[in-house]
Every structure is written in structure tokens, then in C-alpha cells.
Design a protein around this ligand. Structure first.
Ligand SMILES: Nc1ncnc2c1ncn2[C@@H]1O[C@H](COP(=O)(O)OP(=O)(O)O)[C@@H](O)[C@H]1O
Ligand SMILES: [Mg+2]
Length: 351
């Protein structure tokens, strides 16, 4: 039976978006032999909106294949001080290739907007499946957690910290495997970084305290994600973000009675305030997480090679089916985007 706390949280269908506080890119206009042009794409329907822009299903007129196009208005990117983040997003996406991470195909810009073209991941957000199910069993949760662990391990080996792990940024592909998307806050780490970004419920204590943070924040967020998958709501929540931060720093977690004690042990080790003692961030890195008893039955090589059958199979009709996404109001076609001055335009050179 759902607890009252459960009901309160599930009433909130959409969480507020991510926070907006704070290598020269290579021009990519080719994929294989193909040279893309914006005119070759029909924009069909908005399938996601975020803090800075929208993601639309689009169709390549040349091959008739479907893609997802993330479109950001440069004026908004500048206003919200996201120029560096957006450049990071592109540079990082260009460097990664992993079975559980979104594949970027092409980027371009015109005089008002930035465009990032991605493979279309038709199953929709893990968030939707979780809210529909209420909560996941330990078996389902550990499958998704395992795919996330491999994605994080891969990114961290490349010195990339992801910083926005949550069910809204995990998409299900046609077969039900995860694709981590949204690299808007990802960053290549040298030492520590100070920008306050992420989503309130998923922020590690060291981010809130502005102590400087590193890869450990992703392991913290994994702890929040596993708790949310198994409970249906995150361990720390409130209407007011500041009250969430207070709860995170106080560190008191209420455990639903049904939670798997082995999962609870892993969550506790991930939600350790002292990041030097947080599992995933110690000498053996991700290996400690992979060896935890909750993953006892997990054969990591099988997970990586997609030999494990996903627990949920998205329902999809034809190729460009958007039934797994919410409906969003479409942008007013006749509203002109604000024009930029030369200086502003130059800050996106090479995108
Ligand atoms: N490649 C994709 N295929 C299908 N849907 C996508 C894709 N990329 C993003 N989306 C949808 O759009 C939403 C917003 O995209 P995201 O990259 O997370 O932008 P934001 O930075 O605005 O949160 C995602 O949560 C997802 O629902
Ligand atoms: Mg997002």
C-alpha cells in the first residue's frame, strides 16, 4: 500500500527542471559521407522541453529516418549564462560512444539558434515508467541501476562528471535499454569544480555547501536514483528547494518498510555525506559499487553487451511514434527569435 508520503510526491507529475546557476569545438557537419543541412529536416513535434530549449522529433527528408533535434535559442543561452555549459555539452558528446549513452549525430547553428541532432530514443523517459508503476521491484531497479553504473564508470574514466542523473534524463530505447541523455551540465574535470547545478532533490551535500565537487556527486545521485526507483519518491523532498537542501544536509532518511535490505545497504553507502568515504569514489572506484551484494546476480559483461533482457518493453507503433512522450505546446512559428549582436554571435563560433 502506498504511504501518504508517497501520495504527496506522486501528485507532483513534473519536477522543476535543472537549476540554472552557473578546446575549441570541431565543426561537425558531416556524418560518414553525408553532409547535413538544416533545410533537410522536417520538425514534426515537440517531445521535451527543458530549462533552455526544446527537443523535437524531426524527420530527415533525404532518408526519411527520424531523429531528435535539441534546439536552443542563443539569446536564452546567453541570458541564462549557459554559454560555457552548452559548449561543454557539445564537446563532451562528441567524445563519447557507449551503449547506454545518447549518440549525437550532428550540430549546427543559424543566426538565432543552436541545433543538436540525436538518434531518436522512442521509449520515453524512465520517469514516466516509474510514475506509472509507482515503484520498481528490486530486480527491475537493479537492472536499470546496472546500466547506469556502466555509463558512469565510462564517463568517469574519461574524467567526465555528469552532474544531472535523474529518471527524466534516462530514456528507454525500443528494446527497453537505457540511454543517458542531457549533457548540459557535464564537465571535463581537472580537479574540482564549483558551479552550482543539478536538480534540487539530487544534489550532493558538497554541492549545496559549495565545497567544490567531483565525480562523487554522480555516485550520490545514483543513491538518490536507486532510492527513488524502489520507493517511488526521492529520500529528500519538499515544495521548497531550500527545505530540500536542509534535509539533504541533515541526512535523515526514512526507509519504507518494503525496501530490500541489501539495496538499502548500497543506498546508505552511496548517500554518505563525506565524499571520501562514499562508495564509487574510493580507491577502487566503480568496482566497489559493481561488487556490492545488491548486484550479486549481475554479470557485468552481459549487461554491457545487452545480453540481459530489459524488464519493461516500451510500446511503440511506427518509427516516428511519440506516444511515450508528453504533449507540449508548440512554439509560435511567427514569433521571431531575438537577433544577436556580432559579439554575442561570435561566442558560438564553431558550434
Ligand atoms: N534523443 C532523444 N530522443 C528522444 N527524446 C529525447 C531525446 N533527447 C531528449 N529527449 C526528451 O527531451 C527532454 C529534454 O531533453 P534534455 O536533453 O534533457 O534537455 P534539458 O537540458 O532541457 O533538460 C528529455 O527529458 C527527453 O524526454
Ligand atoms: Mg534534461
Amino acid at each position: 500500500m502506498a504511504s501518504s508520503k508517497d501520495k504527496v510526491y506522486r501528485g507532483k507529475l513534473k519536477r522543476a527542471g535543472s537549476l540554472t546557476m552557473k578546446e575549441p569545438p570541431v565543426i561537425t557537419n558531416v556524418s560518414g559521407d553525408r553532409v547535413f543541412r538544416l533545410e533537410e529536416f522536417d520538425i514534426i513535434k515537440t517531445i521535451g522541453t527543458g530549462t533552455f530549449g526544446r527537443v523535437s522529433l524531426c524527420r530527415d527528408k533525404v532518408t526519411t529516418s527520424y531523429y531528435a533535434m535539441k534546439i536552443l535559442e542563443m539569446a536564452d543561452v546567453i541570458k541564462l549564462k549557459q554559454v560555457e555549459h552548452v559548449k561543454n555539452e557539445k564537446t563532451i558528446l562528441q567524445q563519447i560512444r557507449h551503449p547506454f549513452i545518447i549518440n549525437m549525430v550532428w550540430t549546427t547553428h543559424d543566426d538565432t539558434s543552436l541545433y543538436m541532432l540525436f538518434e531518436y530514443v522512442c521509449g520515453g523517459e524512465l520517469f514516466t515508467y516509474l510514475r506509472n508503476a509507482g515503484r520498481f521491484s528490486s530486480i527491475i531497479g537493479s537492472f536499470y541501476a546496472a546500466e547506469v553504473v556502466l555509463a558512469l564508470e565510462y564517463l568517469h574514466k574519461k574524467q567526465i562528471v555528469y552532474r544531472d542523473l535523474k529518471p527524466e534524463n534516462l530514456l528507454l530505447d525500443r528494446d527497453g535499454h537505457l540511454k543517458l541523455t542531457d549533457f548540459g551540465f557535464a564537465k571535463i574535470l581537472n580537479d574540482r569544480t564549483w558551479t552550482l547545478c543539478g536538480t534540487p532533490e539530487y544534489l550532493a551535500p558538497e554541492i549545496i555547501q559549495s565545497k567544490g565537487h567531483n565525480k562523487a556527486v554522480d555516485w550520490w545521485a545514483l543513491g538518490i536514483l536507486i532510492y527513488e526507483m524502489l520507493s517511488g519518491y526521492p529520500p529528500y523532498f519538499d515544495e521548497n528547494p531550500f527545505a530540500i537542501y536542509e534535509k539533504i544536509l541533515a541526512g535523515k532518511i526514512e526507509w519504507p518498510r518494503h525496501i530490500d535490505p541489501v539495496a538499502k545497504d548500497l543506498i546508505k553507502k552511496l548517500l554518505v555525506q563525506d565524499r571520501t568515504k562514499r562508495i564509487g569514489n574510493m580507491k577502487n572506484g566503480a568496482e566497489d559499487v559493481k561488487r556490492h551484494r545488491w548486484f550479486k546476480g549481475t554479470i557485468w559483461d552481459d549487461i554491457l553487451n545487452k545480453r540481459v533482457k530489459p524488464p519493461l518493453l516500451p510500446y511503440v507503433g511506427s518509427d516516428g511514434d511519440t506516444r511515450n512522450f508528453d504533449n507540449y505546446p508548440e512554439k509560435d512559428q511567427f514569433k521571431r527569435s531575438p537577433l544577436l549582436n556580432t559579439n554575442e554571435l561570435e561566442s558560438f563560433n564553431g558550434f
